[in-house]
Design a protein around this ligand. Structure first.
Ligand code: NAD
Ligand code: UD1
Length: 349
């Protein structure tokens, strides 16, 4: 067990709150910075309820350099897990400047404050959306990057900035170099098994799982299946869904790896966090019906612009270098989503 302190930006959000649980349960102290633009403080009360451990919360925007600097001066932070960011693809197309400002400028300010405080261990929430067109549906970390919307491009830009910071360390022969893990998530779903924390989307969800879940509970009337004519076994889109608890366990492994030989000379490395297994939209619907006993009302609709037919991870590098592998299956993901949904039909309130 450890008593090191990790700063979690965006810790009140969906993935960040699960990471706080995992960090506290692994013996870390947790300091959360979140401006609550897409979350509620109740999630952090629930984190403390689950773990029986306290955490420190600052309602601060990551682009507030003075406030961040004060936090680094006050708390003995050894590493940062950086989840804070805006994540809605559609909104990013309507408001690109907001996304570049919040995600890219915010990360740059965070990195500057970290460097000034000599805290140079960082685990960053990237996304499979950074990958460009490829000949294969199974993505490896060395595939070319090429996001197709402002949200995705903000992640590519952040990855580029972080890689450049790390490269500069080797040019300048810095004594304490950056150690950065870029974690490229595939499709995080599910919830903590307590049903106390989970995904609480604002308004009508864009992503498949929260949408299906709200149809099942009767909040939404009908799911549109975006396309049934893709070159996939049943014609619907295939994705690599990963349980959020598996995902955050990957972050704990990444924090540990930053202290190990792989990062001994510093560096900035990308890792896919996915299961390596794809499921279609219809498979998700049928699993949901099986687990919940509710029929999912759906119709086939036209393809959604920008969607790929099929996308799943090659998760080998995370296994080799982080010692991490997803363990939960689709039934676990669906039953935990449903447990959260039924216990919190209106989200956190
Ligand atoms: P979320 O919206 O639930 O959590 C993000 C948190 O960051 C929220 O609590 C929000 O209030 C906070 N935040 C946003 N901008 C901030 C700022 N400027 N200063 C301080 N706090 C700020 O999203 P999530 O699903 O938990 O995603 C976490 C991270 O993972 C994001 O960076 C997202 O882009 C990335 N990611 C998510 C997914 C996914 O499917 N959920 C997939 C790939 C990558
Ligand atoms: C989307 C984002 C991606 C982001 C990811 C996780 C787009 C184009 N991509 O990916 O940038 O990283 O979420 O947040 O928005 N589907 C339906 N009906 C629905 C919703 C989805 O059929 O109402 C289908 C989609 O066509 C897709 C699958 O379900 O085949 C998964 O969709 P979704 O959950 O939105 O994830 P991605 O498209 O993989």
């Amino acid at each position: 067990m450890t008593n090191k302190t990790v700063l979690v930006t965006g810790g009140a959000g969906y993935i960040g709150s699960h990471a706080c649980v995992e960090l506290l349960e692994s013996g870390f102290n947790v300091v959360v910075v979140d401006n609550l633009c897409n979350s509620k403080i109740e999630s952090l009360s629930r984190v403390q309820q689950i773990t029986g451990k306290p955490l420190t919360f600052y309602q601060v925007d990551i682009s507030d350099k003075a406030a961040l600097t004060e936090i680094f001066a006050k708390e003995s932070i050894c590493a940062v897990m950086h989840f804070a960011g805006l994540k809605a693809v559609g909104e990013s197309c309507e408001k690109p400047a907001l996304y570049y400002h919040n995600n890219v400028c915010g990360t740059l300010i965070l990195a500057e404050v970290m460097a000034a405080a000599n805290v140079k261990q960082l685990v960053f929430s990237s996304s499979a959306t950074v990958y460009g067109q490829s000949g294969s549906p199974q993505y490896s970390e060395n595939f070319p990057l090429g996001a197709i919307n402002p949200y995705g491009r903000s992640k590519v830009m952040i990855e580029d900035i972080l890689r450049d910071l790390s490269t500069a360390d080797s040019i300048n022969r810095t004594k304490s170099p950056w150690k950065i893990a870029l974690l490229r998530y595939f499709n995080p779903i599910g919830a903590h098994q307590s049903g106390l924390i989970g995904e609480d989307p604002n308004g009508i969800p864009n992503n498949l799982m929260p949408y299906v879940s709200q149809v099942a509970i009767g909040k939404l009337v009908q799911l549109s299946v975006f396309g049934d004519d893709y070159p996939t076994p049943d014609g619907t889109g295939v994705r690599d869904y990963i349980h959020v608890v598996d995902l955050v366990k990957g972050h704990i492994k990444a924090i540990a790896a930053l202290e190990k030989p792989t990062f001994a000379q510093g560096g900035c490395k990308a890792y896919n966090l996915g299961t390596g297994q794809g499921y279609s939209v219809l498979e998700i619907i049928h699993t949901f019906e099986k687990i919940t006993g509710h029929r999912i009302n759906y119709k086939i609709a036209p393809r959604r612009t920008g969607d790929l037919a099929e996308c799943f991870a090659n998760p080998e590098l995370a296994l080799q270098e982080l010692g991490w592998k997803a363990e939960k299956n689709l039934d676990d993901m669906v039953s935990d989503t449903w447990n959260w949904q039924t216990k919190n039909p209106q989200g956190y309130l």
